[in-house]
Structure formats: C-alpha cells, structure tokens
Design a protein around this ligand. Sequence first.
Ligand code: DAH
Length: 340
Amino acid sequence: MTVDHATTLAEARQRIAGAPDDDALRELEREYVDKSGLVGQLLAAIPSLEPAERGAAGRAANELKQAVVIALEDRRRALLTAALDAERKGDGFDPTLPPPSVERGSLHPITQATRRLTEIFHAMGYHVLDGPEVELDWYNFEALNISKDHPARDSQDTFYCDEEGKRVLRTHTSPVQIRALEHLEPPFRAVAPGKVFRQESTDASHEHTFHQMEGIVIGKDISVAHLISAMKTLLRGIFDRELEVRLRPGYFPFVEPGFELDARCPFCTEGCGVCKRTTWIELLPCGLVHPNVLKSGGLDPDVWSGFAFGLGLSRLVMLFRGIDDVRHLLGGDQRFLEQF
Ligand code: DAH
C-alpha cells in the first residue's frame, strides 16, 4: 500500500480545519489515526515491503500520524476558544462582575471554645481525652463517691438507658476522671471535653444537652496551691494577662475540699453586664480529688493526690459571647450560628 504522504497530510489538514465540532474531529481521528484508519493500515502493510524500504515507510507513517494528531489538537482548542468567546459575548455575561456569593460555613461557638481551650491545656502538658456519652452507673456515680441516695441520682436529673439503671446518659464529664485514672500512668494531667445530658424541663438557662470540660491532675503532694496556679495559667492562656482568682467553698462528693473558683472580670474594673456588676465571674467548680475516687481508679490515696475541675463550657460560651438563651446553642438555627 502506497500513498503520497504530502498530499494525504494536506488533505487531512484541510478537512480537520473545516471540522465543525468534536464529533466531526473524532470521526476524522478514526479515519486517519486509529488502528483501523489510514496510519494503522500503513503500519500493518510494512511487513510485506522489501526489507530495505521498511524503515523509511515506518518513519513516514509515524510522521504522518504525528502531524495529523497535532492538527486535531489545534482544531479542538480553537473550537473550545470559539465556544467560550461566544458564551462571553452572549446573554449578559460580564467578566467584570464579582462571582456569585459563596455560602461559607463556620465553626460552632462551642467547637471554637473547645479547640481554643484544649490547645491551651495541651500546651500545659494535658492529655485530651474522650469518654462515652452512654456511661455505666459505676463511672457516672458510684466511682465518683456519689452514693445511691445522692440527690444527683434522682430520676428527675438522669436519663436512664435500661430498666436496671445500669447505663445512663452521662450527667457530667466527671466519669472521664475515673477512666483517666484507669488508663494513664500517674503522674498525669488530662482534660475531657464533651456533651452531657440531664432530664430537665428546658428554659433559657436549662437544656437537656450541654457541654462541659473536665480536668484532672494527679501527682504526689498535690495541693490547692497547684490548683490555683493551674487555673491562673489557664486564664493567662485565654485572656493573655494575669487575672486575680478567689475560692469559695463548694460541695461535690468527688472532691474534698471542694470549691467554686471565681476570676476577676476580664472585661471591666468597675462592674459590667458580663460580671453582673460584681467584678467577679464564676469560672468553675473544682477541688482536691477525694481519696475514695483515687481508690475507685485503682490508686493508693496515701501515695497519690490530685485536683479536678469541671468547666461549664456551655455556660462560659454564653457568658463570653453574650448569648442569653442556652437553647440557642444546640437549636440549629442558622441565623444564630451565622453570627459566629
Ligand atoms: N461534675 C460536676 C457537675 O457537673 C462539676 C464538677 C465539680 C467537676 C467539681 C469537677 C469538680 O471536676 O472538681 O456539676
């Protein structure tokens, strides 16, 4: 099989340049380049040529193929450019207009606070732990020195998950204290952020689901001074400056002594809306880990001691973000969430 390559190529180029669309180009590609096309036939015919002619015939066929492929690509690009140009000139396309607005998501204020705080605690050498939301009665109450008749166990407050009352939706993040004691080698520091659940009638300051962040530090000869110092470091991490703190007595079965820790209002000196004109902000409940809790976690209270605290994440986010109804937090209303 012989063809005049120059004439064939000129003809192919002319037909390609005149092809009106992609389908026509594909058709020409089949006709010239594919195995069953012209180049394919030329190559297939080579073995039947005189050995001396084979090299030249092979080269010629491949050159023809290359040239046709390039012509096809050029035409494809030209068609695409023309299509885009036409679109630009068509119905009111204005390349100077700003692009259509993009709906941007944002992190939930609780997520923002959790990330910020865990970052600070992480820098202070704390592990960041997770615990189950469906918790055993043992971890949620018993191991935390909350006796069977303690009011916190009242069915009013606790969502029970089974008839025997063995499983509950955790009512606080404190059970992670016990799980930390079981899993970490003392001495250690750990925080555990997460959701907690209480069976309450909801109103502006009560919600059945909210967030806390538990903290526990275990070591030897841990005292209230360590607790105060840790909380001051935390406050410096959040507000970038020294804030005065004070302790008031508080009762929680799993700490002894137990406290409410207040911090000087970071927003004023004379009293403002956030501190309710008192210049103090109720920051968190805390205390020294009760010996019974250490025992529940398998530690000898004569050797080990520690402090614990329970940050009310939802409450603090509300306080610092000026949110007046806790139900907004998990209400899922986009108009609320878009503000953060
Ligand atoms: N778990 C308690 C609650 O939800 C808060 C709490 C109080 C946590 C004192 C602590 C603590 O770690 O030391 O009401």
